[in-house]
Design a protein around this ligand. Structure first.
Ligand code: GRF
Length: 224
């Protein structure tokens, strides 16, 4: 059989398992959705090399360990300055040789050195339809409080690449979720996770792992 050098290169690329670092801060239900999707074959060609939390008590670390995945805490409290913490976090990620960094409920502000080290290789899940209810100050329950205070009837979730701004990178996938009368921030948060976040985050990872995503003029195109 005859292969050109280019064909061989393509073959190797498709064959290579994408390695991920998943960064978490809390309960880790998005991490769980990713692990379950890998187990069920909904995500192919990808594996989690390490789960890293800034918070030693994050239940997400337990979920990783129960799944036989290495779990690490890199806490800002252990470093004299934010710069030293940022460097330690980056070095820890780099030591695993990962191809993609997944922010799955990660409350750490991602430093510029990390964005530069992983251009278009960091993705984040935001629990609203960007560009609504996003940017500085919109995290966790505050997003859903903002949605209810404004009275919008549809919210959702967004997976996007991370750039130097806050929630400003190219949008990969979005899914809408209905806001219902009588919702509390907690009820709405749960519905957004169940109906949107746990679906689009695994889907986005699968698309990236299978080389189905390209960025054209700052916008994501999904290859046919
Ligand atoms: C999710 O709503 C996510 O969108 C937000 O924080 C929450 C994390 O949940 N950034 P979990 O830790 O994945 O359960």
């Amino acid at each position: 059989m005859f292969f050109t050098a280019a064909a061989l290169l393509l073959f190797r690329k498709a064959d290579k398992m994408m390695k991920m670092a998943v960064l978490v801060s809390g309960g880790g239900t998005n991490l769980q959705a990713i692990m379950d999707a890998i187990d069920s074959g909904t995500i192919t060609n990808a594996e989690i090399s390490v789960v890293i939390s800034n918070n030693a008590n994050a239940y997400a670390l337990e979920r990783a360990k129960m799944h036989g995945i290495e779990a690490k805490c890199v806490s800002p409290k252990a470093y004299e300055t934010r710069e030293k913490f940022n460097e330690a976090l980056l070095q820890t990620i780099q030591s695993y040789g990962v191809d993609l960094v997944v922010l799955a409920g990660c409350l750490v502000v991602i430093p510029e050195i990390m964005v530069k080290a992983y251009p278009n290789k960091i993705i984040n899940i935001h629990p609203a339809l960007i560009p609504s209810f996003c940017g500085t100050g919109y995290y966790g329950l505050k997003v859903h409080e903002g949605v209810l205070a404004r009275g919008v009837k549809v919210t959702g979730a967004t997976v996007h690449f991370v750039d130097e701004g806050t929630d400003t990178g190219p949008i990969i996938l979005q899914k809408a979720v209905e806001v219902k009368q009588g919702d509390t921030p907690e009820i709405l948060q749960r519905r957004v996770m169940e109906e949107a976040e746990w679906k689009i985050m695994p889907k986005a990872i699968d698309l990236i792992a299978n080389d189905k995503i390209e960025i054209v003029n700052g916008l994501v195109k999904i290859k046919e």
